[in-house]
Ligand binder design. Sequence first.
Ligand code: C2E
Ligand code: MG
Ligand code: MG
Length: 583
Amino acid sequence: MPDTDLTHKRLLVVDDNPVNLELLGDLLEDHGYTDLTCLDDARQVLGHCRTRLPDLILLDIRMPHLDGYAVLEQLQDAFGEQAPATIVLTAQVDDATRRRALAAGVRDFLTKPFDHEEAMQRIRNVLRVEQRLAERREQAAELEGLAEARTRELERLSMTDPLTGLPNRRALLQRLEAWREAGHEAGALFIVLDDLPDIMRLHGHDVAERLLQRLADALTPMLPEAAMLGLWGGNDLLVILPAPANPDALEALAGHLLARLGRPQPVDERRLTSRARIGIGRARDSAPQRLVHMAALALPDAQATPPIRCHTPSLEARQRERLELQHDLRGAAGRGELRLAYQPKLWLAERHPLGAEVLLRWRHPRHGDVSPGRFIPLAEATIDILEIGDWVLETAMQRLVAWRTDGRVAEDFSLAVNVAARQLCTPDFAATLLRRLAQHGLPPHSLSIEVTESGLMADLNEARRQLQALAAAGIAIAVDDFGTGHSSLAYLKTLPLSVLKIDRAFVTDLQGDPAARQLACTITRLAHGLGFEVVAEGIETLEQAQRLREMGCGIGQGYLFARPLLEADFLAWYDAQRIDQPA
Ligand code: C2E
Ligand code: MG
Ligand code: MG
């Protein structure tokens, strides 16, 4: 009976006795086996197997030139695990022979002279087992292939941002690391999209993500071949590239990218743009994270033009100091590091004090006194200024209440508090201030505020709303540092202001420069014409005070009269003035 499912198997019969070979060959053919090879020289086995590996070898043990064991060894050496299954043909049945053959990996034995039926059955058995093994091996290989593909896919996914499909932080760092290992100098452009959070709030996250994709698509063709553009964080794109030899090339590239970013992108039916800033870093041996950090540190401020900056060691030192100071300032009020100083304001004609400007002081636990010219802009760059500004207002009011209660200041004495743009543009700023004033039982004329021109321009409409509410309640509002901004009296006219503080720079120039004198004169006249009170700040000499008076400037403050003083000193100074001028 033919063994239909196995008859296509490749069989190799090896026996030095041609009679045996023929006998076995005929028997196998009778059972339907079609792929048969018979060799009577054991030395040809290896070569044959190399060209075509049989599924089963029927191998004589006793042969001249090369015995069966040697053949098994050869096959084991050449094919290892893949060596074909073997059934040994032997007349010897002693245990030692069997053991040796089994140890050599032989599957079964056919003892000569063999019973035909039994021989065929044994051959079938071995072929079936081999077939099953082969199937298993195939399945295992298939599974392995699938697992490998899945691993590759996971690897790819772990390198891409799931929402935008852009290379993610990991991918960027890995590429940088590869460049570093290869000894290449790398460049990094850290791109911040400033308006993305607003776009997210206004149009939704999906729109912002599509905008990011669009922008990435637009920028990619502008980059050199080896560059990679990816997503570093929420609003931050990162371009990395092998650094060009020309040191200006990265800046030039940043300029091109920025110009492209400035063009509106169609997203759905909208056309969206976001302002962008770019920090540039380049490094050969630095860790990838460090290079990215360098580029991020180099990011210019939002107002900078052009908003591109390259990293330098001194810039990094300054930035670090700035960030540290910014960090240390947080919570300074709660830790008792903030104090108020008071600089008297006087009627220039009588030299009589009418009030004081409240000036903030910060004693840093390690650096000592830090000038407000340094730390106020740092606080203004974040929302920290709101907490600080709040503390200043509250403390000033508390002190004023105490002074008034104790009769230390006159009834018409007033404190002027500096207010930052961010404070002024808070929708409940005026309401909160007025409520506080009422809670402290202070009359509106006892407090005034000073705002800078740039503070007014930050959000003119909101500033106007807040100022109108304050002015309506009787709070005087001064424009501080007048003449240093780009503003004009024309637009100031549209705001409910009552005081104009001429910047110290004009006052300083009064002595020498006739043109400056003329300008100060003109400003004062125009300001009076518009109904403003004019205050001069930074008066240091008698001559300056004299000239300002002649110009019609009624009020002044400056080192000539008093420096900003802490509470006890200020009150002592104020008392002394009253004694001097009892009237
Ligand atoms: P500002 O409001 O224009 O304050 C005037 C500055 O000029 C003060 O500096 C004051 O000490 C200084 N000054 C006064 N008289 C003279 C003088 O005769 N000669 C010279 N050379 N300087 C004089 P300060 O205290 O360092 O404050 C600097 C700036 O910091 C202030 O300018 C103000 O813009 C800001 N600032 C201070 N305190 C606060 C605050 O509580 N809140 C806010 N938002 N800003 C504040
Ligand atoms: Mg001021
Ligand atoms: Mg000023």
